[in-house]
Design a protein around this ligand. Structure first.
Ligand code: ADP
Ligand code: MG
Length: 133
């Protein structure tokens, strides 16, 4: 199923908002839809898209570290992952796809696909977008 309507609806939402959250029962295709959309938007975001798999996390506390790792920010400085990620995103325009968020309170953010837009900079993402199935 191509989910053409859902894809264009989410793209429209992404053009209006920095944060778009896909919710629904497990297995209905949220991750797959997000990956497909992200691959379609690769060239739309000057700094590209970055897929951040969070399925291995048991607690939301690990989310900032996981995002920092996906962006290749580990070992760059002694600051916290949250600060490093925020600083990094401040001067970039990229689409982050956060997949399989663990339950529980998230430090500073809600689940979904977050976007930040600003002027272009060298793109950075250490994780390749999974091939959409
Ligand atoms: N539009 C679709 N057409 C066919 N199969 C789909 C579609 N969306 C998802 N699937 C399949 O359903 C399963 C669950 O999808 P997934 O994206 O992981 O769901 P979720 O993230 O909502 O739990 C996967 O095996 C995926 O390949
Ligand atoms: Mg999923």
């Amino acid at each position: 199923m191509g989910r053409r309507f859902e894809r264009s609806a989410v793209r429209e939402l992404l053009s209006q908002s920095r944060l778009v959250t896909l919710t629904g029962f497990g297995g209905i295709g949220k991750t797959r839809l997000a990956i497909r959309i992200a691959s379609e938007l690769r060239r739309v975001f000057p700094d590209g898209v970055c897929f951040v798999p969070l399925g291995d996390l048991r607690e939301a506390e690990g989310v900032p570290d996981q995002i920092a790792g996906a962006l290749g920010l580990f070992g760059r400085s002694t600051q916290s992952s949250t600060v490093a990620v925020v600083e990094y995103l401040t001067e970039r325009s990229l689409l982050l796809v956060l997949a399989q968020l663990p339950e529980g309170p998230h430090p500073g953010h809600e689940p979904g696909a977050a976007t930040r837009r600003r002027r272009g900079r060298p793109r950075g993402c250490s994780v390749d977008l999974p091939v959409s199935r």
